[in-house]
Design a binder for this molecule. Structure first.
Ligand SMILES: [Zn+2]
Ligand SMILES: [Zn+2]
Length: 181
């Protein structure tokens, strides 16, 4: 995609020149917070979607057209070109960093979720008077089902499996098939 199609350049009363890049993976359609890059200090800023409106923030063409004084307009134009040039220099590394952070965050959330499920599963086994039998594992086959005990929808992609009965562990109540009557 060309930069013109992915970058939205505008002028904010509060922040000056800013750019919204559609390649920024945090700017998924429908998100209520939009991530912008502020040119004056290369800072990351977030703006609620509904505040992304004139006159607070205007697209660069409208903003430039609104400057009556020709000298000031050409000054603003030069500032914008400088910002755009600077942005292109760092854009690749910046977007790469954002993608990496997102992946790290997703991995950390997944690890945390798995820890919680494992703890619930151990609790389930203890309550059923069954011995714990090692760490829960990932399931290799694809299956969607519901927990026999609490009826929560569970699946083999997101949830863990019991190393003993091979059943999917319910992320809500920790049940597997061990101890099922
Ligand atoms: Zn359950
Ligand atoms: Zn089990």
């Amino acid at each position: 995609m060309s930069a013109e199609r992915t970058e939205w350049w505008g002028f904010s009363q509060e922040h000056g020149w800013i750019v919204h890049d559609r390649e920024d993976p945090r700017n998924v359609s429908g998100s209520l917070i939009i991530h912008f890059f502020r040119c004056s200090d290369s800072a990351e800023i977030v703006i609620p979607r509904d505040e992304w409106e004139p006159p607070e923030i205007r697209g660069f063409k409208r903003y430039l057209a609104s400057i009556a004084n020709e000298a000031l307009r050409s000054l603003a134009e030069r500032q914008l070109l400088k910002c755009q040039g600077d942005y292109q220099q760092t854009k690749g590394a910046r977007l790469e960093g954002i993608r990496r952070d997102l992946e790290d965050q997703k991995r950390a959330e997944k690890d945390e979720r798995n820890r919680r499920i494992s703890a619930k599963h151990e609790q389930y086994l203890r309550t059923a008077g069954l011995p714990a039998h090692g760490r829960a594992t990932f399931v290799r086959f694809v299956r969607n089902t519901v927990c026999w005990k609490c009826k929560t929808p569970i699946n083999s992609i997101d949830d863990l499996a019991c190393t003993n009965c091979r059943g999917i562990i319910c992320h809500s109540c920790g049940a597997c098939f061990c101890g099922r009557e």
